[in-house]
Design a protein around this ligand. Sequence first.
Ligand code: ADP
Ligand code: MG
Length: 261
Amino acid sequence: TVLAVSITMARVIAVANQKGGVGKTTTSINLAACLGVLGEKVLLIDIDPQGNSTSGVGIDKMMIKKTIYNVLVNEEPIEENIIETEYENLYILPSNIQLAGAEVELVPAISREHKLKNAIEGIRDKYDFIIIDCPPSLGLLTLNALTAADTVLVPIQCEYYALEGLGQLLSTISLVQKYLNKSIEVEGVLLTMFDARTNLSMQVVEEVKKHFKSKVYKTIIPRNVRLSEAPSHGKPIISYDSKSKGSEVYMELAKEVLGIE
Ligand code: ADP
Ligand code: MG
């Protein structure tokens, strides 16, 4: 027999949509945590100055010294800024409001869009997944995420104007493909905050499926109060209330991402 050495390289998924409040952070935290529970080693990268993914996994964002800012702006080694969370197989590169300055401080930097990609290069073989929670804009921080990513997961809220702004996001992805990261692909479109009682939610689902066809995840995330409560306890839904509907659907999404439905 041949001695085979298999090196796994993390799948890098950016969770992006320049609209705020569509479920980027909720999806990043819970997809990451569920993949962890399923045995995948996951690094969650918080690249939003709001630091909601950071606090959402129980890290006190105002107290920490280790942050993504050190990595992007001061070029500190990424390993020195990653924190192990108390959750299974889940690590985080945290963020806080200090990162807001990076959007401006990086402007004159050489290969400013490649900072994150370069930083994760050396650690891709240490994780199975790297999930990047993007800020609600298409600025330099999101460009760093899209340049570093293999794929983009786009959450869409089942609401009025759900598709508004998506054209802009898709043309940004095309530009990134052309100039910064030619292999980037859309991982999938995730319908969030679905409310079965409203016709509107159903209409959005139909509309989104018409546009994105097979790219739409079979898993649809419903509105679930437990999902909105979990962050204030610093817990992913699977740890906060493993029996909740929110927990069930994000576990289902993680399996769909793994292809083990
Ligand atoms: P984004 O990161 O895109 O700004 P968030 O994930 O922070 O969006 O979600 C916005 C708000 O909606 C948060 O308060 C969050 O707790 C809540 N939320 C997200 N998804 C759900 C859901 N499926 N059911 C109920 N509340 C949700
Ligand atoms: Mg967010």
